[in-house]
Structures are given as structure tokens and as C-alpha cells.
Design a protein around this ligand. Sequence first.
Ligand code: IMP
Length: 197
Amino acid sequence: MKLILASGNKGKLREFREILEPLGVEIVSQKDAGFDLDVEETGETFEENAYLKAAAVCAASGLPAVADDSGLCVDALDGAPGVLSARFGGGKAWTDEQKYMYLLEKLEGVTDRSARFVSCIACAFPNGDVLRARGECPGRILEAPEGTGGFGYDPVFAPEGYDASFASLGQQVKNQISHRARALAAFRKELESYAHR
Ligand code: IMP
């Protein structure tokens, strides 16, 4: 099966490919498919935004499209940045590094560092069918960034059970335990039962 990934995020594209392609699902970027849309994320939840992105690219292309809406929810900040993770601080004009340094600033002196990454996946089909999946990865925000792997907030997030950040644990470990890995495992099951309906 071939799915268009409704995202311009290279980190997400790499992880979707690494996890789904060994299972026989080909992932084409929306750019390579010729439908490089910038869909406005007007939803209030990860689920709503994932659906908005997948449905827009599916409608434009006439092909099945999958999207991930994800973010980092920090307990001491009442779940922020959450759905606004990509727009935290100075928004899209800011680099990932500016955003995670801004987060560390906000958490200066805060002892409760607990947080979770959330990934919601929606897959829209031209006949109107929609598959959905969700994955979470609990952990904590480090005092300082470390590591060079991954993307986004990976240098400042240590998953539960580890002292190191996602960025220093490396992609292989991240792809086993991350929010996206968990959402994609659930999505794979949905896709398999959909294909055998
Ligand atoms: P969106 O799903 O396009 O709204 O963007 C999600 C944002 O959350 C990304 O731009 C990252 O800043 C952050 N994010 C989502 N998943 C990850 C991850 O696996 N590692 C680090 N940051 C992530």
C-alpha cells in the first residue's frame, strides 16, 4: 500500500518510513507527490488536527493520506505547549533550538519536570473512510539539552526509564519506544484489519 504523508516535517517523514516501510507500506512525502499544502491547524486537539491534515491532502490528491499531529505536554505548564508545540514561543519563525531553550527557561527552578510526548495519527481514504491511532511516551524534561539526533524537542526530553535524551539515545531506541512508534504500532493494526475487511 502507498500512503502520502501529509507533512513537511523531515523528522516525521524519516520515522514514518523507518517504521512502516519494513511492513510493506510505502510512504510518499506530500512534496514528492506534488501536494505540498500548508494546512491550517485550527483544531483544539491532536486528533482534530491530524484529521484536518490527512483529509486536506486526500481531498487534493484523490489518494489515501496519513498525518501525524504531535507535541510535548509538560505537567508543570498545564499540558503546554501541547497542540501548539510547533508554534511555541516565536512560532514557526523560531528554530527547534530556540523553542526548546524557551521551554527550559520557563521551567527554570521548577522541580516537577514530568512530561509526555503525544502522537495522533489519522489516515483519510478517498471514499471517506478514516483510520485513527494514538500513542504517548511519558518522561521528563532535562535541565540542559543533550545529543544531536532526532528533531524538535528531542534534546531536552528523556523517556521514562532512561537518563538520556531522545536525541542522545539515537533513532533506533526512539523508534522502539516513542509516542510515534506507539501510535504507528496501533495504526498498523488498524490498517491490517481495514485491508482484510
Ligand atoms: P505538528 O504536529 O506539525 O503540529 O508539530 C509537532 C511539533 O511537536 C514538532 O514541530 C515538534 O516541535 C514537536 N514534536 C512532535 N514529535 C516530536 C518528536 O518526536 N520529537 C521532538 N519533538 C516532537
